[in-house]
Write a protein that binds this ligand. Structure first.
Ligand code: GAF
Length: 385
């Protein structure tokens, strides 16, 4: 039985009848452009082949029923009319928040029976929550005949996470989950997500592998550190008289840093140089030179470690061990404070690099990492049964 058939069969058993359809939404890794999205800046994520599947069917009584194959077996039952920020605890806040956000935006949505089955690792910085949200967004879009463009669905999903689940994230993860395409990275302009571009990225064709190293140090964006960084960036932009740090040209960086209190200097330096690294990475990819991403990734990690200070001993060790084992470049990906590291390696070297990182973790007494490889995969979509 395929995964799709399994999800349909589980739905049928739970809800006594077949689903209206099955949708899939992927997790992501970001190649470069970290902590830039909430500064109206740029990023370059790819969708992972790992997805969250959603089997769904509309209801006419305004009830919203949620069940996850990864949950405790119980069905959470809610009334769409009663959905309110903060009212739904746990994982169900992410999908329920999307229904709330659609209704809040004035879209004519009602209830549904939902069954999720996710293969996106949780707590690994690979956007498992965005995958949950975006699966609901695309399913509701079709089931309720909304026909919203991808960036609008991503905005709805981000609104769910910000206002309903209380996580002050930017829009990168939701844009990646909805708008990525197979064989390309998504060049995101977070100020105007509609202007995103697909940048072809044929890793196997260029003899490259992107190794994803889940450090198994669980990251949590809701714990205050992410919000504090975001607030620091917004304060710096305000002090500089800018709408957002994206509006600070790299040529004016040195002068701007002189005007800022010391604690904001490294934050601003990271954001401005990171936007520059995105532009450089896109230029190299457009020239067909994916291997040239290597040093850009490694420079991005140094900036996140030394200036933005969102790395941790495990992510730093994964980067160092991967580079020592011959990776072309490596960096933490996602929000940080744990999560995953990506390493760009020549094809055939992935086992050696992965083995070296695992050995280094063992020697340091860390939990051993989980390894996977990533190729740029498709964004959220309906699956054929
Ligand atoms: C997390 C957030 F959800 C994103 O919006 C982004 O800010 C990222 O951290 C850091 O680049 O994934």
């Amino acid at each position: 039985m395929s995964r799709t058939e399994q999800a349909a069969a589980a739905f049928t058993k739970l809800y006594d009848g077949a689903p209206d359809g099955i949708w899939a939404a992927p997790g992501r890794v970001n190649l470069i452009g970290e902590h830039t999205d909430y500064n109206d800046g740029f990023a370059l994520p790819i969708a992972l082949p790992q997805t969250t599947l959603l089997a769904a069917r509309t209801r006419t009584d305004g009830r919203l029923l949620l069940h996850s194959a990864q949950g405790d077996g119980r069905i959470t039952e809610l009334a769409v009319a009663d959905l309110a920020p903060g009212a739904v605890p746990g994982w169900a806040a992410y999908p329920a928040g999307v229904v709330w956000a659609l209704a809040e935006a004035g879209h004519p949505v009602g209830g549904a029976d939902l069954h999720f089955d996710s293969r996106v690792p949780t707590g690994a910085g690979l956007s498992s929550s965005a995958a949950l949200e975006c699966a609901v967004a695309v399913a509701y879009d079709e089931l309720y005949g909304l026909r919203l463009p991808g960036p609008e669905l991503a905005r709805i999903a981000q609104r769910a996470e910000n206002a309903f689940a209380g996580v002050p994230c930017g829009i990168m993860d939701q844009m990646a989950s909805v708008c990525c395409t197979t064989g390309a990275a998504l060049h995101l302009d977070a100020r105007t997500p509609e202007l995103h571009r697909q940048v072809p990225l044929d890793l196997p064709g260029q003899g490259l592998v992107l190794l994803v190293i889940d450090t198994r140090v669980s990251h949590d964006l809701g714990d205050g550190a992410y919000a504090a960084l975001r607030a620091g960036c917004e304060r710096a932009a305000g002090l500089l008289g800018l709408r957002a740090l994206r509006d600070l040209p790299a040529g004016n960086l040195a002068g701007a840093l002189d005007e800022l209190p010391a604690e904001l200097v490294p934050l601003v330096r990271h954001v401005v140089t990171e936007n520059g690294r995105v532009a450089e990475a896109v230029a190299r990819l457009r020239e067909g030179d994916a291997a040239a991403l290597g040093p850009i990734l490694t420079a991005g990690h140094a900036s996140l470690r030394d200036d933005y200070r969102v790395s941790c001993p495990e992510t730093d060790l994964a980067v160092t061990a991967a580079l020592e084992a011959g990776a072309l470049g490596a960096r933490m990906t996602g929000g940080g404070f744990g999560g995953s590291v990506i390493a760009l390696v020549e094809a055939g070297r992935e086992d050696a690099v992965g083995g070296a990182v695992t050995a280094a973790f063992g020697a340091a007494g860390h939990r051993l990492p989980r390894l996977l490889t990533a190729t740029p995969a498709a964004g959220a979509r309906r699956l054929e049964l």
